[in-house]
Design a protein around this ligand. Structure first.
Ligand SMILES: [Zn+2]
Length: 272
């Protein structure tokens, strides 16, 4: 069955949840691949906070943040990444949303400015407020660009130093304060592989909850320069003809995988 999730626009008062997600220590309580439960028998004293997330196929859905990863019969605690590709995309991003709301609540129980204990905003917004200095902290989302550099029938794929398994993928990086997404594309490509690129073409966006990125995806044409991988973030980078890609490219659930497949479709005129 396909699920549809509608994020909550109104948070206060919180409705009674019909569907429950439990997170603790950066993990989700799962029964196999199922992380949305009818209410489970979890000790009430372990529930640090509960947050309404929205409607899942018409049912109110919320996340409970637990202070300890308690044993629940028939369940196990799993990392979010282990669900990628196993559950449908809509559900994966719901799991990511639950995790990000849980992380935000965990990480901002004290004010980063004055150290006082924070409270949930009484105004019905998803914010933790400092009663002493009024600092408001919302769940943090970090915008990133991910870009497939193209040169005629070729695209540029790189192997990142921190990827142990040698997966070739598109370039990516965080947007700096004061920078537009387009400027970030040009800067990151130049820093990572030494190329000059033209005008980026926006393809689409995707939340990437590891831990809280919003990926903005582009294709961008090569203009000038030869490949000079920085050897810090990028171990190696090569031009690949659309008909001769590496054996392993990112899965279609990822924006990187979608950029690559979209390029091949456009270049070859065939579906991938
Ligand atoms: Zn404060």
């Amino acid at each position: 069955m396909s699920h549809q999730f509608v994020p909550a626009a109104v948070l206060s008062p919180q409705p009674v949840f019909s569907c429950h997600i439990y997170v603790s220590g950066g993990q989700l309580l799962c029964a196999g691949e199922v992380f949305v439960h009818d209410r489970l028998d979890v000790p009430a004293e372990l529930v640090v906070a509960s947050h309404y997330l929205g409607e899942l196929s018409g049912q109110t859905c919320g996340v409970h943040l637990l202070s300890a990863a308690v044993d629940v019969p028939g369940c196990e605690w799993r990392g979010l990444r282990s669900l990628l590709g196993l559950v449908e995309e809509e559900m994966f991003f719901l799991a990511g949303r639950a995790m990000q709301v849980g992380n935000w609540d965990t990480d901002h129980r004290y004010c980063g400015r004055c150290g006082s204990a924070t409270i949930c905003s009484p105004r019905g917004e998803r914010a933790r407020i400092c009663p002493s200095c009024q600092l408001s902290v919302y769940p943090r989302i970090s915008p990133c660009v991910i870009m497939l550099v193209t040169r005629g029938e070729e695209c540029l794929l790189a192997r990142h130093s921190h990827h142990r398994h040698g997966l070739f993928t598109a370039l990516a990086g965080f947007i700096e304060p004061g920078e537009s997404a387009e400027q970030a594309v040009a800067r990151e490509v130049n820093e990572e592989v030494g190329l000059v690129v033209g005008q980026p073409h926006y393809i689409g966006s995707q939340p990437w909850p590891f831990p809280g990125q919003l990926m903005l995806g582009y294709t961008v044409p090569w203009l000038a320069g030869g490949l000079k991988p920085d050897r810090v973030e990028i171990a190696e980078a090569h031009w690949f003809h659309y008909s001769d890609l590496p054996a392993e490219i990112p899965p279609p659930q990822t924006l990187s995988g979608q950029l690559i497949r979209g390029f091949v479709r456009a270049a070859s005129g065939k579906p991938v």
